[in-house]
Design a binder for this molecule. Sequence first.
Ligand code: SF4
Length: 186
Amino acid sequence: MNGKLDAVNSPEDKGLEIVANWARKNSLWVIAYGTGCGAIEVPPTMTSRYDVERFGITMMATPRQADVILVTGYVTVKTLKRIIRTYEQMQDPKYVIGFGSCPINGGMYWDSYNTIKMLDKYIPVDTWIAGCMPRPESIIESLLHLQENIKNGRANGYQKYRDNLEWYRANQRKIIKNWTMPDYNW
Ligand code: SF4
């Protein structure tokens, strides 16, 4: 089933959507794409000290089975291509969390020739974590925020990507030269 029911008209459809969002919220499988320094804070978040599994959140090694991708810091031009590929391999509904100042606005690499400055020009970001570098408490807070948005039907970046694919592709092509990626496989 797609992330959002195609036509949520009847009370039964609405009820089904609520139940589906409740289930999604409580079973988030996360793939961590360790692009930058923030990756070092992921293991303590996932293990016994901070124990994010108590919220129904666990790690997943493959994009096909993941619901959430963590982009854990600055994104180089080379890495952007792999992030897009990973994101597009994930099944809908899917969500993106951007870690730290670097993916928000370039951070300390704001004038680097080799990093992108605003991740949400290339893939939709559902939740940001401000700071350099975010601590596990912030990561957990962002995951809880994402869960709340999923529950309320507001975490819809994947629909935005689908609806505005040409805009995203145009931005991606400005950065990634010699584009040889296959077309998006919905
Ligand atoms: S925000 Fe800070 S911790 Fe995160 S990737 Fe940038 S420099 Fe590293």
